[in-house]
Design a protein around this ligand. Structure first.
Ligand code: GRG
Length: 309
């Protein structure tokens, strides 16, 4: 990961001062670096040791960071990674444009490894991520959203980049198609578990630990799984309170809604759904030979579900 950070620092360079300032601001705030870890761990588990793994690990982190910059503008978020968002400090236009810089720099980097399959994987992934974000936009303020539609959004907007990151490790190693698919399936399930926990933490978490504001999803009228389950299990009055909050994107009833999601067991049920996905991810690891990297991938399944940020 030190090598990846060195590549990230190097590739952030731009002749334009504002790009340097904003991209270093958001990347310098840290982040868990899960997606680059997936590239490295799958490459390592399958015996690939070339420097391309660092380039692609940095590439997926750049794509991830570009989506965060854009997402915070779309969601009008004020806090990310424990700091004010780039849009709150530098404005929406600068955030979107620096997101474009990181996204296009990621394309320069992926071309540099000179493998058509890598381009195919990342072009498909970024296209699906954008579809996911648009689908989510269409679902805003809709309390009647079906759980399957909600799951489709999280597979597109979040799990797809996890899937691509895991798959890239296998592609670099020239893995057999069945092994590549197992790696991709691991990434997809881990990413789904990860987003389920993200949605849970928006109701259960603590803003300081989380590094972003609790209740942001409700403010935006996002019908996430904790709310969908609480509406299914709640009384008529409770259902009406949640429906109204989703439709109007209001935070006044946040305390009531927190107690409804707790009382109905919606938070536990969301965590159980995440555990189930993490289990699916774990099962895919039998396609890999035993190794320290495989152990680390197992550990990631546990940590992605049991986390507070
Ligand atoms: C530029 C390709 C491109 C698309 C734009 C805005 C958008 C379309 C997509 C946004 C998708 C998005 C932000 C999904 C949420 C992903 C998610 C779970 C983010 C949090 O990930 P962490 O916790 O973040 O890994 P850190 O801060 O640890 O890096």
């Amino acid at each position: 990961m030190r090598q990846v950070d060195a590549v990230i620092r190097d590739r952030l360079a731009s002749r334009v001062a504002l790009i340097d300032q904003i991209s270093r601001y958001i990347i310098g705030a840290g982040g868990k670096r899960i997606r680059p870890r997936l590239v490295l761990l799958f490459a390592q588990a399958l015996g690939f040791e070339g420097p391309e793994r660092y380039e692609l690990a940095a590439t997926v982190e750049f794509i991830h960071t570009a989506t965060l910059l854009h997402d915070d503008v779309v969601d009008e978020s004020a806090m990310r990674r424990g700091r004010s968002t780039a849009n709150a400090i530098f404005g929406n236009a600068a955030s979107v444009l620096v997101g474009d810089f990181l996204y296009s720099r990621a394309f320069q980097m992926m071309v540099s490894v000179n493998r058509m399959r890598v381009l195919e994987v990342l072009a498909d992934a970024t296209n699906v991520i954008a579809e996911g974000e648009v689908l989510q936009l269409m679902n805003m303020h809709d309390p009647d959203l079906a759980v399957d539609e909600y799951l489709r959004v999280i597979r597109y907007k979040t799990a797809k980049l996890f899937e691509a990151s895991a798959r890239l490790g296998a592609v670099l190693a020239g893995a057999a198609p069945t092994v590549e698919e197992a790696c991709a399936d691991y990434g997809r399930s881990l990413g789904t578990a990860f987003q389920l926990v993200d949605d849970l933490l928006d109701y259960e978490g603590n803003s300081t630990e989380l590094g972003k504001n609790v209740g942001d999803d409700l403010r935006e009228g996002k019908p996430t799984l904790p709310l969908l389950i609480a509406m299914e299990r709640g009384t008529t009055n409770e259902r009406e309170t949640i429906r109204h909050a989703i439709q109007h994107g209001e935070l006044q009833k946040l305390a009531d809604i927190l107690s409804i999601v707790r009382r109905t067991g919606a938070l536990d049920a969301t965590r159980a759904a995440a555990e189930e996905e993490a289990d699916k991810a774990r099962q895919q690891l039998s396609a890999l030979p035993e190794s320290v990297a495989r152990e680390a991938l197992l550990e990631l399944c546990v940590r992605s579900v049991h986390r507070s940020s």
